[in-house]
Write a protein that binds this ligand. Structure first.
Ligand code: F6P
Length: 346
């Protein structure tokens, strides 16, 4: 929050400037646990700085369709602990068009809204960035909200920690049955084209193998590895990042089974359970810090930035940078996983 340290008259003047802001907030793309905490923080920090705050339902599509309401502090009571997003979300195709964005702009102008906080991932930021370029009188502030943790410029995205814990919980349970039967389990985790959920959940659950997009031509090596383990009567967990060039967990498992029909192979696709659930404390706190930082950025007259989290601090990153640069897992991380006994085929 911004505190005025000026003489009383100046203070009133600055309060007036702040008071004029009207802020819209929306969530877009894949929902992520902790988004509610971010909406709550934006709303309360905005109100506490004398702004008017409008909740826009169903992301950019709701904006185009004028589906919004003015929020009071009590509107965001009791939502902090819930997964999903109480404002709801969409992946709007209409907002990808110039006409769609113009409709959204007109709606904002009708309300006198000058600032838009977009909580979402790279798809949402791509739209937000074009919108910010087309309508530079609107201050567009991004808050990274996606379980994938794949946005450049931030070490952390809201929802990632909860999703990781969901995966670990599931893999721990799968391991019980895998080891009881000496089975081979391929477990597919989300992350679109990024392997962050895969590498970190694999490390945290002690997976025998992790397959990430950063490594190529993996199937043959995995086959060999599994054969050696099966000969020793050992069960195995293989974490597979979705979106691998070599196929889904199901396809990879089929290819292994083709060569070794005697192996007892099972596949678990964790799917959308990774997106839900009560946000962890880390997601709630980070989302709250980012929400307040978004309001600070509006007060500072920032036009087109993302609030990020780097080296345990809030940072501001130009919105266009976050989508132009691809964030990949560091080699260090891959080496560490190998050092502690996980097989990462290369
Ligand atoms: O971006 C978040 C994410 O959950 C990805 O990990 C996944 O690939 C995708 O969204 C699934 O999208 P949808 O819920 O639209 O099927």
């Amino acid at each position: 929050m911004h505190f005025c340290i000026f003489a009383p008259k100046l203070q009133i003047f600055f309060m007036e400037i702040i008071k004029n802001h009207k802020v819209g907030v929306l969530t877009s793309g894949g929902d992520a646990p902790g988004m509610n905490a971010a909406i709550r923080a934006v709303t309360r920090a905005g109100l506490n700085n004398g702004m008017e705050v409008f909740g826009i339902r169903r992301g950019f599509q709701g904006l185009i369709e004028n589906d919004m309401f003015q929020m009071k502090s009590q509107d965001v009571s009791g939502i902090l602990q819930n997964g999903g997003t109480f404002l709801q979300s969409t992946r709007s195709t209409e907002f990808k068009t110039k006409e769609g964005r113009k409709k959204g702009y007109d709606v904002l102008k009708n309300y006198g809204i000058d600032s838009l906080v977009v909580i979402g991932g790279d798809g949402s930021f791509t739209g937000a960035n074009i919108f910010a370029q087309e309508y530079s009188d609107i201050s567009v502030i991004g808050i990274p909200g996606t379980i994938d943790n794949d946005l450049y410029g931030t070490d952390y995205t809201i929802g990632y920690d909860t999703a990781l814990n969901t995966v670990i919980d599931a893999v721990d349970k799968i391991r019980d049955t895998a080891s009881s039967f000496n089975r081979i389990f391929f477990v597919e985790v989300m992350g679109r084209e990024a392997g962050f959920i895969a590498i970190n959940s694999g490390i945290a659950s002690g997976a025998e193998v992790i397959m990430v997009p950063e490594r190529k031509n993996q199937i043959e090596k995995v086959r060999k590895f599994l054969k050696e383990r099966a000969l020793k009567n050992k069960s195995s967990i293989i974490i597979v990042a979705e979106g691998l060039e070599e196929g889904s967990a199901m396809e990879i498992a089929d290819k292994v089974k083709d060569e070794y029909p005697e192996f007892d192979i099972k596949v678990s696709v964790l799917g959308h359970i990774q997106r839900g659930g009560r946000p962890t404390s880390k997601d709630r706190v980070t989302a709250s810090l980012m929400g307040v930082a978004a309001i600070d950025a509006i007060i500072d007259n920032q036009k087109s930035i993302m609030i990020g989290w780097k080296n345990e601090e809030i940072v501001q990153v130009p919105l266009n940078k976050t989508i132009k640069t691809h964030k990949t897992i560091s080699d260090d991380m891959l080496n560490i996983a190998e050092m502690i006994g996980t097989f990462l085929p290369k």
